[in-house]
Design a protein around this ligand. Structure first.
Ligand code: AN7
Length: 347
C-alpha cells in the first residue's frame, strides 16, 4: 500500500488520544543516506538521516502531524507556537491543511528567509517578538494557559510522540539501532524523542540502544555550560536557544545512553555544512552540528568512531537558509552569451 505518513505507519506505537483526527502531509519515511567516503575517513559506517526531506523541509513535521491531529480532534480552533522558524513553517502547513488558525511568534530579525517565507505561504499569522526564542516561548505558554488556544511547541507531549517515529525508521532501515546517534540540540524536543523512541523499540524489538551525541552551538550552549544563556548567539539560528524547554530530558538522554552533549563553534558548523554539501547533501547550518561534533571529537582523539555504525541526523534542508551560502561568495562570474567567452573561462 502507498505510504500514508507516520501516524498511519507507527500510530500503534504512539500514545495519542482516541479522539485524534489524523492530518498528514505524508511526512516521515526520509532516507538514511550512506556516506561511504567520509565514513572511510573516520573509519566508521556513516549515515545521514536526511530530515530536510520532510514536506515542509524539516524534522518538525513528524511531531506536528501528531500535535495538530490531536488539537483538531479535541476541537481546538487556533494553534500557536514560538519558533526559530522550522516549527513555525510546519505548524502553519498542518494548520492550513486542517482549517485551523495558526499564530507563530518568532524572534525579531533572526529567522532564516526560507522558514519565514514558508510560514507566510501556508497562511500563518506571523508575529515578531522583540526578544529571543525563549521570550517568545514564555509568551505562548502564558496565553495557552489562559485561553483555549492550543500550544504546538515541543512542550506538547504529542510532538514527542510523533517525533519518535524517526528513531523507529532508523531501526527499521538498519535492522538495529546504530552505535551512535549524533544530532543538534536546541529546545531539546528532538533528542528527547529519539531517546524515547529507541528505548521503546528496544523494549519491543530488542534493536539495541545507541549512545547519543547531542551538539549545541558554542554561543547557545546552556546544556554544556550548565546554566541558561540570556543572549544566545549563533549562525545556526535554528538552535539559537538559551533556555531549552526539555533541557533536563536532554541531559538524561545523554547520561542514560552513555553519550554526551558538547558544543561546536560557528566556524565548525559552517565548515561541516560544506563537508555535507561535498557529499551532495545540503543542509541548513544547525543541521550540520551533529556531524561537526562527531568530527571535532574524533579529531581531538576524544571519540572512537572506528568500527562503529553512526547515524547523523540532518534536521533541516539547506533551502531554508540560502543567504548563509549566497552571502559567502561574490556574484557568479558574468560572460557575454558567446561560445568564445565560455571557452575562455572554463577551458
Ligand atoms: C533545523 O523551529 O526550535 O532540540 O522553533 O530547526 O528539538 O529544538 C527548531 C529547532 C535542530 C533543534 N535543527 O531541535 C523551532 C526550533 C533544526 C531546527 C533544531 C531545530 P530541538
Amino acid at each position: 500500500m502507498a505510504y500514508q505518513g507516520i501516524l498511519h505507519r507507527y500510530g500503534h506505537l504512539l500514545n495519542l488520544p482516541s479522539y485524534t483526527r489524523p492530518v498528514s502531509l505524508l511526512e516521515g519515511d526520509t532516507p538514511l543516506i550512506p556516506l561511504p567516503r567520509l565514513g572511510r575517513e573516520l573509519g566508521c559506517e556513516l549515515y545521514v538521516k536526511f530530515e530536510g526531506l520532510n514536506p515542509t523541509g524539516s524534522f518538525k513535521d513528524r511531531g506536528m502531524t501528531a500535535a495538530i491531529s490531536e488539537a483538531l480532534g479535541r476541537g481546538a480552533q487556533t494553534v500557536i507556537c514560538a519558533s526559530t522558524g522550522n516549527t513555525a513553517a510546519s505548524a502553519a502547513a498542518y494548520a492550513a491543511r486542517s482549517g485551523l488558525r495558526a499564530i507563530v511568534l518568532i524572534p525579531e530579525g533572526k529567522v532564516a528567509m526560507g522558514k519565514l517565507a514558508g510560514a507566510v505561504a501556508y497562511g500563518a499569522e506571523v508575529i515578531q517578538v522583540q526578544g529571543s526564542f525563549d521570550d517568545a516561548l514564555a509568551l505562548v505558554v502564558e496565553i495557552t494557559q489562559k485561553t483555549p488556544i492550543a500550544l504546538v511547541n515541543s512542550i506538547n507531549p504529542y510532538r514527542i510522540e510523533g517525533q519518535k517515529s524517526a528513531a523507529f525508521e532508523i531501526c527499521d532501515d538498519l535492522a538495529c539501532a546504530p552505535d551512535w546517534l549524533c544530532l543538534p540540540v536546541g529546545n531539546a524536543g528532538n533528542i528527547t524523542s529519539y531517546w524515547a523512541g529507541f528505548k521503546q523499540y528496544q523494549a519491543c524489538n530488542a534493536t539495541g540502544l545507541p549512545q547519543i551525541l547531542g551538539v549545541q552551538a558554542e554561543g547557545a550552549a546552556p546544556l554544556v555550560l550548565g546554566h541558561p544563556v540570556e543572549k544566545p548567539e549563533t549562525v545556526a539560528t535554528a538552535i539559537r536557544i538559551g533556555r531549552p524547554a526539555r533541557g533536563e530530558q536532554a541531559l538524561e538522554a545523554a547520561q542514560e545512553s552513555n553519550g554526551m552533549i558538547i558544543a561546536v563553534s560557528d566556524a565548525e558548523i559552517l565548515a561541516t555544512q560544506r563537508v555535507l554539501a561535498s557529499e551532495g547533501i545540503w543542509v541548513e547550518p544547525a543541521s550540520a552540528a551533529g556531524l561537526a561534533g562527531l568530527m571535532a571529537k574524533t579529531a581531538a582523539g576524544q571519540f572512537e568512531a572506528r568500527g562503529k555504525k553512526i547515524v547523523v541526523v540532518c534536521t533541516g534542508h539547506g533551502l531554508k537558509d540560502p543567504s548563509i551560502v549566497t552571502e559567502s561568495f561574490p556574484s557568479p562570474k558574468l560572460i557575454s552569451a558567446t561560445y568564445q567567452a565560455l571557452a575562455d573561462l572554463i577551458l
